[in-house]
Design a protein around this ligand. Structure first.
Ligand SMILES: Nc1ncnc2c1ncn2[C@@H]1O[C@H](COP(=O)(O)OP(=O)(O)OP(=O)(O)O)[C@@H](O)[C@H]1O
Length: 373
């Protein structure tokens, strides 16, 4: 029934093949999981989750069939012609520069909308993915995405499984917290870090582990105010102390400097910006970072909201029309963010405005931290 097998990828648990399915008359992907690499309970969980997700959602890579042989469990999945976002970006971003955008370009807002739609659907069924990352976002030849690899997914709203997911994309509370973590909120964090990766070709920190976490003041799962001085990873420590300042220095400053000279940097880690045809200027990149910090990769899970961030992202994109040709804002920027920085809105120097704005918010953040510690 399945012929012409061609290996696509070998993951940590499985090998994935492209195969021709004669009964369906189309290509499928076979995810072949050796029995010795996976427990019976593990594969049953993945199978059950895939069954629940069904085949209806256009942005979820669905299971077409399932079978076993002597040595393997085999999931038959919809085939996504353009592979995963991680591989796609590493190929495409090499082509880009300011004058010569990448040959294949995608819309960032469309990817966000489709990712949110897939996750909202899963969450509405009580399913959390728990391993959101570019490698698990597959691309079709039409430029749409399908969320894949539901091997770490769970139906538990709160989990005390502290050994799950991929370190760079894991929320702080998933490394350990007293009352367990909210599994949907850990997806929200994963979306935030993934969006940073999609823009800058790099994750901001190796891991977000914070030993000695406290429950939230209301006793809910999660953590209290950032505990200064305890993060294992230096970058994450800096993010904890001053998220805007850290993101500005780490991702934005190199771009802003070069942007002033009318050329983005071509260092490894930055050029994935060229893949996004709807990223028109430095302001947008700045706002997107801010929305991620405030609503997705927020330290306190209670501050994370996919719905709120989507509203803000959509405002940023609708707002494109109001940028003038120099990339400066032509009207009040408070339409775009909730902050009151509109005094700076018409600043003719975009880089200076952006830096000031980040510094201002950094100051507010520092005050909040010092009050709560
Ligand atoms: N349906 C598909 N169509 C095309 N490519 C696919 C498909 N499913 C998986 N792949 C490719 O195979 C890779 C590994 O798949 P998957 O993440 O499901 O396996 P895994 O063993 O759980 O991997 P890991 O644990 O390392 O994340 C994906 O990153 C993607 O490149």
């Amino acid at each position: 029934m399945y012929s012409n097998l061609e290996q696509i990828q070998s993951g940590s648990f499985s090998t994935v093949y492209k195969a021709w399915c004669s009964t369906l008359n189309k290509y499928v992907a076979l995810k072949v999981i050796p029995r010795q690499k996976y427990t019976e309970a593990g594969i049953m969980n993945e199978f059950r989750i895939m069954k629940l997700l069904g085949t209806k959602h256009p942005n979820i890579c669905s299971m077409i069939d399932y079978y076993e042989d002597e040595n393997n469990y085999i999931l038959v999945l919809e085939y996504c012609e353009c592979g995963d976002m991680y591989d796609f970006l590493s190929i495409v971003k090499r082509q880009g520069s300011v004058g010569h955008p990448a040959l294949i370009q995608l819309d960032f807002i469309k990817i966000i909308q489709q990712l949110y739609s897939a996750l909202n659907y899963a969450h509405s069924l009580g399913i959390a993915h728990r391993d959101i990352k570019p490698e698990n976002i597959l691309l079709t030849k039409e430029g749409n995405i399908k969320l894949a690899d539901w091997g770490h997914a769970t139906l538990n709203k709160v989990s005390k499984d502290f050994n799950i997911g991929t370190d760079n994309y894991r929320a702080p509370e998933t490394f350990g917290c007293l009352n367990g973590y909210d599994t949907a909120k850990c997806d929200t964090w994963g979306v935030g870090v993934t969006l940073f990766y999609l823009m800058f070709g790099q994750c901001p920190f190796r891991n977000a582990e914070l030993p000695g976490l406290l429950p939230n003041s209301n006793g809910s799962a999660g953590i209290a105010a950032p505990t200064v001085g305890v993060a294992k990873c230096r970058n994450f420590q800096q993010y904890l102390m001053d998220p805007y300042g850290f993101i500005y220095r780490y991702f934005l400053e190199p771009i802003v400097c070069v942007h002033q000279g009318n050329e983005y940097t071509s260092n490894e880690g930055k050029p994935s910006l060229y893949v996004w045809q709807d990223m028109v200027n430095i302001y947008q990149i700045f706002y997107v970072c801010r929305i991620i910090i405030d609503n997705l990769a927020a330290i306190d899970p209670d501050d994370r909201s996919m719905a709120k961030s989507l509203t803000l992202f959509e405002k940023v994109w609708n707002y494109n029309d109001q940028y003038n040709s120099n990339g400066n804002l032509s009207t009040d920027e408070s339409n775009v963010t909730d902050n009151n920085n509109s005094d700076n809105a018409n600043n003719s120097n975009s880089a200076a405005f952006m830096k000031d704005s980040f510094n201002n918010t950094s100051m507010e953040r520092k005050q909040i931290i010092s009050k709560s510690s």
